[in-house]
Design a protein around this ligand. Structure first.
Ligand code: UD1
Length: 444
């Protein structure tokens, strides 16, 4: 269990977590226009952390995860694991998890409804303990997000699954390796089935598996834990199941979506920003689009410099699974194209209704039309500050970026969406010259 040496950081960490959770109704006041310039350090990847953390359910012991981003989703999944008996401490971006004594195999609705990735406990629990009870996640702010592939994959490995009273109940003696083909490339389903397969008996082949860097980072950690996985970074993962795994120390990869957000914000504000601690290989599609729009992008080792001094060319994007243009950077691109010299088409084939930010950008004066799974952004219109509402994590980022170019003050309500996935985003932006005030709930 958690050692006495962790007590002090644990206390501080809890206090910080409370601050983040209390901030549920905080708002931002963003004053524009500004040009962003300077250096920013990119945090560890939220979506990688959300896979690495539940992987600790696969083996008893103390796991140390460096470069873990300090955001709300990380606290949510850590506190979910705590309800299962996992002790944790979080300080200076190092998360320590002790999975020695797992006392529950259940993920209750109150946790899962806060964050869909809570379903990632399903695969590890059923693989190691032969049973799991996990609430169904339900919909989300950008449309239906089913979990059928997670369940089909586990059934293929021999789990018995029932859905009753809003809960997925999974059980088995020991999972058995099998060939499972993902009809749709799914990050979440690949993560869940991969974690299950590493402890299954025999060989599992996962075809059309998601190739997102966050999936590969999980696979690398599982290999360190003693798993046998071939085909990492490809769409076919071949896993030879092992009887047991062990705890490890791992470092979380850089957040490519946070990086894309800052890169696009730099170009959008006609700024000059150097990002540090970033992996440019994960950002090829975004870099290519930025260059097409006229931005200068210079990659040097683990840093990327983005600069821009004119209005961008209008550039269309269509989201695709990795290595295509990420859906998680779609809303930011739409905000960028508000400055463009023409009309650009933003199409999202992964989440066709992920355009909740459009009416909010329109409140700032944006000219955007929506269609079937796309929107048309007419660039070159003057934006002026107004009150807008965050609808989801990346939509909120696009509103902050638009606030940075709009004249006057933009009030962005419900920034807890931003706190879910970005570590101290307003502080990072302010160090680059943005003018952002966080007004906490008690103050209004
Ligand atoms: C993950 C990311 C999210 C990102 C998304 C797409 C995490 C924690 N979240 O979400 O930020 O926007 O990938 O890159 O990593 N689908 C099904 N059935 C399923 C599962 C998915 O039909 O069982 C569909 C989805 O509706 C969607 C597509 O598959 O159209 C891809 O979704 P998926 O990759 O699973 O997204 P998430 O893992 O939920």
């Amino acid at each position: 269990m958690i050692s006495a040496a962790w007590a002090a950081p644990l206390w501080d960490a809890r206090r910080y977590a409370k601050r983040i959770f209390d901030a549920s109704m905080d708002k931002f006041l963003v004053k524009g226009p500004v040009r962003l310039h300077g250096n920013v350090t990119i945090s560890g990847a939220k979506n990688a952390s959300l896979a690495l953390i539940p992987a600790c359910l696969l083996a008893p012991g103390v796991f140390t995860l460096h470069n873990t981003p300090n955001n709300r989703d990380v606290w949510t999944i850590s506190s979910l694991l705590e309800t299962m008996g996992v002790g944790y401490a979080f300080a200076d971006n190092t998360l320590t998890l002790d999975s020695t004594n797992i006392t529950s195999h259940e993920a209750p609705y109150e946790h899962v409804k806060k964050m869909r990735a809570s379903i990632y406990v399903l695969g590890p629990l059923v693989a190691r303990f032969g049973k799991a009870r996990v609430s169904l996640p339900g919909g989300c702010n950008f449309g239906p997000r089913p979990v059928d592939l997670h369940l089909k994959g586990l059934e293929k490995l021999g789990a018995e699954i029932q859905v009753e009273n809003g809960y997925i109940e999974a059980s088995c003696k020991r999972l058995q390796g099998a060939h499972f083909h993902f009809e749709i490339s799914s990050v979440g389903a690949t993560v869940n089935i991969l974690m299950a397969a590493v402890l299954a008996r025999g060989e599992t082949v996962l075809s059309n598996a998601a190739m997102e860097p966050e999936v590969s980072s999980l696979a690398h950690m599982l290999v360190k834990m003693g798993a046998r996985i071939d085909g990492i970074d490809t769409a076919t993962l071949t896993i030879q199941g092992v009887d047991e795994l062990h705890a490890v120390t791992e470092t979380t990869i850089p957040d490519r979506i946070e990086a894309a957000t800052f890169m696009i914000a730099a170009a959008m504000t006609k700024g000059d920003v150097t990002l540090g601690s970033v992996n440019a290989d994960h950002l090829t599609a975004v870099i290519q689009k930025l260059e097409e729009s006229g931005a200068t992008v210079v990659v040097r080792g683990d840093s990327i410099r983005v600069s821009m001094d004119t209005d961008p060319e209008a550039v269309d994007i269509t989201t695709m699974p990795y290595p295509g243009y990420p859906t998680d950077s779609q809303a930011q691109w739409a905000a960028y194209m508000l400055q463009a010299k023409g009309t650009s088409r933003i199409k999202d084939v992964i989440y066709p209704t992920r355009f909740g930010y459009v009416p909010e950008l329109q409140r700032l004066g944006a000219e955007i039309e929506t269609g079937d799974a796309y929107c048309l952004v007419k660039g070159g219109h003057r934006l002026t500050g107004a009150s807008v509402m965050s609808s989801d994590l990346r939509a909120s980022a696009s509103l902050v970026m638009a606030g940075c170019i709009a004249e006057g003050t933009t009030e962005i309500l419900r920034v807890y969406h931003l706190d879910r996935g970005y570590e101290a985003i307003e502080q990072k932006l302010m160090r680059l010259g943005a003018s952002i005030e966080r007004v906490s709930t008690e103050e209004f």
